[in-house]
Design a protein around this ligand. Structure first.
Ligand code: SAM
Length: 363
């Protein structure tokens, strides 16, 4: 029971990570660089948001005119439904609104909207219209589903514990999206088919290291990577974070620079760790580092999931994931000082070159 409480608490805490403005701005800029009209005349929904804490609503309200948005809708989850004790800070919208209702402010979700035909000139967060939702703002509620159906693009950092469900919720409505999750989400059975069929890819700007998120004031930050800001606000660095999207950007059309197998073995051998063994249970070679993908191998190659940070769909085709022909995890045999050792690498993506080099087929 204690353990269960602990993991529930951990999950709930992980749901209250607030994205930094700079991370939002960099990613959105990458879409705009690729297509300056990407948001023009669009209805954007920011669910699981919260202008008391979150920067998504502030960012899109401030850029409403620049981006040429048709409508911005942001919804938040009710204070009392949040599992971790956030300090409730009423927004000025709420406090100043004639609709302010002390009880509703705890148990109802909130909705903030901005419509092009209602504003002009300098628009920012103060122009948002505020109201309470009739329910708690759960993205799975009929009320928020209706807003989803009305929207063209869905953007947020959803609760980490509900990532799978959130992704399915977007996909079932066939919407454009840009959401934050952990790189490991690629390994979910719901995610991989989307990635393999180019219906979802990684965003442009977060590829390595970690990112800092604001956490609630009550968050017990003792962990390495935590920080207290100038005004006492708390931040935590989280590893493995990525944007997941189906909005196009330039980075995914840049080809990965490659060397031949021979040159990789000679110049890029990661202290002798590049050996290109063949899997025992699939006709492919193991390539343990993305930067060791050879330019001159026509067959299938198993690569780490971080390959997706460099994936260009014009250069490579994704043919499978993780499993060999026997339905078990990919495995190869290593001859280690005359002892045969079975090695099962961590989740491999099976890829092959799109521009097949026919000269190699005879070798
Ligand atoms: C990771 S935080 C991100 C908040 C904000 N989007 C941001 O990035 O700054 C996820 C938010 O979703 C809320 N949430 C949790 N469960 C939810 C649900 N079932 N439906 C809607 N929102 C939920 C959490 O309370 C939290 O505010």
């Amino acid at each position: 029971m204690a353990n269960e409480n602990l993991s529930n608490a951990k999950r709930a805490k992980n749901d209250e990570f607030y994205t930094q403005w700079i991370d939002i701005e960099k990613e959105i800029n990458a879409y705009l660089e690729y297509n300056p009209d990407v948001f023009r005349e669009k209805i954007i929904l920011l669910p699981c948001d919260d202008p008391e804490w979150s920067n998504f609503t502030k960012y899109f309200a401030q850029n409403f005119m620049n981006f040429g948005l048709k409508k911005l809708i942001s919804t938040s989850y009710a204070y009392e439904s949040k599992q971790f004790g956030l300090t409730q800070q009423l927004t000025l919208f709420e406090k100043k609104s004639p609709k302010f209702d002390k009880k509703k402010s705890k148990v109802n979700g909130k909705i903030f909207t901005l419509e092009a035909n209602e504003v002009n000139g300098n628009v920012n967060i103060n122009n948002l219209r505020f109201d309470y939702l009739s329910g708690d703002g759960d993205f799975r509620s009929d009320e928020v589903k209706k807003l989803r159906d009305e929207a063209d693009i869905i953007i947020t950092n959803p609760p980490f514990s509900l990532f799978r469900e959130f992704l399915a919720w977007i996909v079932e409505a066939n919407k454009r999206f840009c959401i934050i999750g952990n790189l490991n989400a690629i390994t979910y059975k719901e995610s991989f088919p989307l990635i393999a069929s180019n219906m979802m890819w990684l965003g442009s700007t977060i590829h390595s290291g970690d990112r800092e998120f604001r956490v609630p004031d009550e968050y017990p930050i003792t962990a390495a990577g935590s920080r207290i800001g100038e005004n006492g606000e708390k931040y935590l660095r989280i590893k493995g974070v990525r944007w997941f999207t189906n909005i196009d950007h330039g980075r995914r059309h840049q080809p990965l620079e490659l060397m031949t197998m021979k040159d990789n073995l000679k110049f890029n051998n990661h202290k002798g760790k590049i050996t290109y063994p063949k899997y025992d249970n699939y006709n492919a070679i193991e390539v343990s580092f993305t930067d060791a993908i050879p330019s001159d191998f026509n067959g299938v190659m198993g690569v780490p999931i971080s390959f997706l940070d460099k994936y260009n769909p014009e250069q490579f085709e994704i043919v499978g994931f993780r499993k060999g022909d026997d339905g078990k995890d990919l495995v190869y045999t290593l001859n280690d000082s005359d002892t045969l050792k079975k090695v099962q690498p961590y989740f491999r993506i099976l890829i092959k070159h799109i521009n097949h080099n026919s000269e190699l087929d005879d070798n």
